[in-house]
Design a protein around this ligand. Sequence first.
Ligand code: ACO
Length: 431
Amino acid sequence: MTASTRIAKLMLDDKSFDLPVMSPTLGPDVLDIRKLYAQADVFTFDPGFTSTAACESAITYIDGDKGELLYRGYPIEQLAAKSSHLEVCYLLLYGELPTAGQLADFTKTVTRHTMVHEQMHNFFRGFRRDAHPMATMVGVVGAMSAFYHDSLDINDPWQREVASFRMIAKLPTIAAMAYKYSVGQPFVYPKNSLSYAGNFLNMCFSVPAEEYVVSPILEKAMDRIMMLHADHEQNASTSTVRLAGSSGANPFACIAAGIACLWGPAHGGANQAALEQLREIGTVDRIPEFIAKAKDKNSGIKLMGFGHRVYKNFDPRATVMKESADEVLDLLGIHNNPTLQVAKELERIALQDDYFISKKLYPNVDFYSGIILDAMGFPTSMFTPIFAIARTVGWISQWKEMIAEQNQKIGRPRQLYVGPTQRDYTGVAKR
Ligand code: ACO
């Protein structure tokens, strides 16, 4: 952030208040209202944070109009084409691309943390088999704070580091265990000779009775899904992690809070909801009826996988994901399944429809990720857990950035109170 000489003036009744203007390295200027309440006795009102910068951050930049997404300055398209998820993890955590030696060390460290405490297996067995894997993950990740006492002290930089390695390494194991438990198959231990993505596929799809060979194309597609979802500046789940962390809560509890927030269908739950909606539409001839419902506010139906709070032109992640979807479907020889036909036709019609054009609603990353994950053989309930694995590094990077801030304060929004004014209590007999 660079100090700007510009000052905004707020006129309230007959008084004027100066609001310093802060200039970011990229993006719109920001009005500093921190002293506004003390000076003018007013709050600002911005539910949904549509015009509020809640923190300073040097991690991810999004230009929604240009459809631009940068991790530490690097365009997502370049990273998706040339990098790997673990390299992106390093970049997000430490701010720079690693040297070959740094990447090898980082990969080794993460790989060595992939197993979970053996006693956690019993913990899993306490859940019902039909539990949604996200429900299991919220519980199990939160419970990590009951297992890893030596990485709970948020004031110790080394403990923060170890907690980061643990979560990046163990989230795939936990998600795969949640899946295996839900289908009644034995847990598969991590295999450290495999890549991060390959290991996850192996833990999900191999069984002790048979040899499972990870397909390089599926491994690459999974790695790309992870890179594309790794961070997205101050989205709802990341803001949740920051808010939870601002009270001094331990890192495992904060990431569990992020997972809970991600689950919602307006956020990470959209990939599951999008594919389920495609299946519900079922056949191409039902699309017009469905689009009509999505346009009707009273129907309560939205076209899942369309629209984004920030991207109002296109979602750059969706462009890469669409290419990946084509590769995966080609590899698996899936050209004509009904869900894919509905998806392609829905995308074509919606992109030409005035309602969607005028409201700048384009397919987002979740529209295509569901198609790939479905083709890979994942049930829809695993789509959001995979998003959670990928986003873990973003949550942790943002949490670490916040904890390291000099004057970090607890997050405590104010409100526009619209309830009753003070009134006297009446006993039950008189009501
Ligand atoms: N289908 C139909 N209409 C829509 C859709 C949609 N998917 N999305 C937005 N609209 C309409 C709204 O009804 C609203 O109409 P209005 O101006 O007449 O009131 C207008 O477009 C603006 O929408 P908002 O909901 O105000 O936009 P907001 O920025 O708050 O929401 C969101 C963005 C939550 C992503 C929304 O577009 C949505 O619910 N999409 C479907 C769910 C989804 O795909 N979420 C994934 C997001 S990406 C991610 O998390 C990785």
